[in-house]
Write a protein that binds this ligand. Structure first.
Ligand code: ADP
Length: 645
């Protein structure tokens, strides 16, 4: 194939423009990104060669070589990693394969990058960072185990297109050459390169090397100066990094900065982590773990194709960069490395899924993450709240899927409530501690937003009693309450379900008597309304729960509430036909007015209209949509006109 010119996928060009123009003020990190990629590529060949020795081509002297060339103004980064086929180059460098990333880029299109730098920072933009400092980038690569002439040369100036052609490469691996921009020639300086590698890539576990030339004066056999000998130049390959696996070092010897740099390497995040958890386990299962809790949620946290899992090593040998078995899905935001002393080196995916060691490790990691969070919550609640706002939604999934840790998880959960200001949170413990003595249950209401819930007629009697009600506004909360049926022996109760009452036995009897009387007195009116709404509601009855509003809709103790119905619909799920109960307030003026019309003329047409209006009102106050807004508006307008006449 001869040289062809191709256009970057639109999203790639957008991403490139962002990277070049606004992403990093710190240009040094381009080198970190390229070394990181080279290290990943060596990880891959080293791991895959366990089962396919041909990949090695007898070269396992792992090395990442930096070659500054002052005359040419170029910096080359060469690795003997796995390399890429031409198809892989096209896929990895010319396009953005992950659909989530693509969708996200679409979103960003109109926004200035400066609006959301922290989001952009979440990309694996690694390779593209080279364009910040280069006029032209050339990549030559050949996949391990392929013929010498199946190499590939890719080249671009970062302005919309790239060229790609086949070439012959003797050695396996990848070589990236940057034609540095005039103002970035400092990256050819030995000391500059040394300091960047030391700062950002010291932990890389393969040698990052560079040829270093020193001028020396020759010495005699006894080390004495030789007069008139002049100087000689001596070049040797030096290793620039210490290669110490950071997780294998004692905690006391690792600096904050080293932890942060390593975090950036494993996570592709550009912010510092929220918390670092570094520990080792001994006994039935021996391993070291270095885990990180990020500070910001990744944009693709709820997308299926996102990269999940932790890095797995076995006795310092890389096994996998996304071992999903190590961490449950609801903690998918946790990043880091686990190094096991017990697993076999040739561990396969199937083994990982079944392995008891892995299960033990997972259990211990989850325990550590949850106890770290509990500690943050107890010691610095405000900080915990910022974390919860980012990750609370996923942690709550654990209530449903991690039954074994239910007790710990319920302590970690935070909710807004009628007693907190918007944006402030209460834990279940806070709630119980401030419960009035006569309150026996924990009350909550689910819905799409706090603002809508604040208006709910269901809250009336709780407000009157001074009882706190939790606002559960995440879709996942509907599942949380299915698992969390009680806390501290106090049952959790939805305020919009079943026949709820806050009264003493005495008051209850009293109210029930009143209600039955009203029900009897207005039985004709009630049956007229029931009849009118029979396709929409299961029952119409007088209520004990309303004080100010005329009506509300109530779900059965086990029926589906409005919120759940909305969520199911949003997920395109079939919603079972579950009618709810319309409760009316017998003391409300509307009911009194309707009763008086009904007494005069039981067949008055207005009554049917009023019944419809009552039902629509109940829907609107709970934040549901009404079926026929046109008719609703017309009925209201008619009423207004009548009122004026
Ligand atoms: P990321 O490293 O976050 O995936 P990059 O843009 O840096 O994003 O790289 C894209 C992909 O290109 C990598 O995932 C890898 O598959 C491939 N790649 C990049 N550099 C190398 C390299 N030196 N050797 C082999 N493959 C590489």
């Amino acid at each position: 194939m001869s040289k062809t010119t191709k256009q970057f996928q639109t999203e790639v060009q957008q991403l490139l423009d962002l990277v070049i123009h606004s992403l990093y003020s710190n240009k040094d990190i381009f080198l970190r990104e390229l070394i990181s990629n080279a290290s990943d590529a060596i990880d891959k060949v080293s791991f895959e060669s366990h089962s396919n020795e041909a990949l090695l081509e007898n070269d396992s002297d792992w090395k990442i070589k930096l070659i500054p060339n002052k005359e040419a103004g170029t910096l080359t980064i060469r690795d003997n990693g796995i390399g890429m086929t031409m198809a892989e180059v096209e896929e990895n460098i010319g396009t953005i394969a992950r659909s989530g990333t693509k969708a996200f880029m679409q979103n960003l299109k109109d926004k200035a990058a400066s609006d959301s730098p922290e989001l952009i920072g979440q990309f694996g933009v690694g390779f593209y960072a080279s364009f910040m400092v280069s006029d032209k980038v050339t990549l030559e690569t050949r996949k391990g185990g392929t013929a010498a002439d199946s190499g590939c040369r890719w080249e671009s100036t970062g302005d919309g297109s790239y060229t790609i052609e086949e070439c012959s490469l003797e050695k396996r691996g990848t070589e990236i050459t940057l034609q540095l921009k005039e103002e970035f020639k400092q990256y050819l300086d030995e000391w500059k390169i040394r300091s960047i590698v030391k700062k950002y890539s010291d932990y890389i576990q393969y040698p990052v090397v560079m040829d270093v030339t020193r001028t020396e004066t020759p010495k005699g056999v006894n080390g004495e100066e030789i007069e008139g000998a002049g100087t000689i130049e001596k070049t040797e390959e030096q290793t620039l990094n210490s290669m110490k696996a950071i997780w294998a070092r004692p905690k006391s010897e690792v600096t904050e900065e080293e932890y942060t740099e390593f975090y950036k390497h494993v996570s592709h995040d550009y912010d510092a982590p929220f918390r670092t958890i570094h520990f080792s386990a001994e006994g039935t299962s021996e391993f070291k773990a270095l885990l990180y809790l990020p500070a910001k949620k990744p944009f693709d946290m709820f997308m299926n194709d996102r990269k999940k899992g932790l890095q797995l090593y076995v006795r310092r040998v890389f096994i996998s960069d996304k071992c999903e078995e190590l961490i449950p899905d609801y903690l998918r935001f946790v990043k880091g490395v686990v190094d096991s002393a017990d697993l076999p080196l040739n561990v396969s995916r199937e083994i990982l899924q079944e392995d008891v060691q892995i299960k033990r490790i997972q259990k211990s990691l989850v325990g550590k993450v949850l106890s770290t969070l509990a500690e943050v919550k107890d010691k610095s609640f405000d900080e915990y709240v910022t974390f919860w706002k980012e990750f609370g939604q996923v942690i709550k999934e654990g209530m449903h899927f991690d039954y074994a840790n239910k007790e710990k998880l319920q302590e970690l959960m935070l909710f807004e409530s009628t007693s907190t200001e918007a944006g402030s949170f209460a834990s279940l413990k806070n709630y119980v501690e401030r419960m009035p003595e006569d309150q026996k249950e924990i009350y909550y209401i689910t819905g799409s937003s706090r603002e809508t819930l604040e208006q709910s007629p269901h809250l009336e009697m709780f407000r009157a009693k001074g009882y706190e009600v939790l606002f559960l506004t995440d879709p996942v909360d509907e599942w949380v309450v299915q698992s969390l049926t009680e806390y501290n022996e106090k049952p959790l109760k939805a305020v919009d379900r079943g026949d709820i009452s806050l009264d003493s036995e005495e008051e209850k009897k009293e109210k029930e008597k009143k209600r039955e009387e009203a029900q009897k007195e207005f039985s004709d009116l009630i049956s007229m309304i029931s009849d009118r709404l029979k396709d929409k509601v299961k029952e119409v009855r007088f209520s004990n729960r309303l004080t100010d509003s005329a009506c509300c809709l109530v779900a059965d103790e086990y029926g589906m509430n409005a919120n759940m119905e909305r969520i199911m619909k949003a997920m395109n799920q079939a919603v079972p036909d579950s009618k709810r109960i319309l409760e009316l307030n017998p003391d409300h003026a509307i009911l009194k007015a309707m009763a008086s019309i009904h007494q005069k003329d039981a067949s008055a047409a207005a009554l049917a209209d009023y019944a419809d209006l009552l039902y629509d009102q109940a829907l609107l106050t709970e934040g549901s949509t009404i079926k026929d807004p046109l008719r609703f508006t017309k009925l209201v307008s008619d009423l207004m006109v009548k009122a004026v006449q």
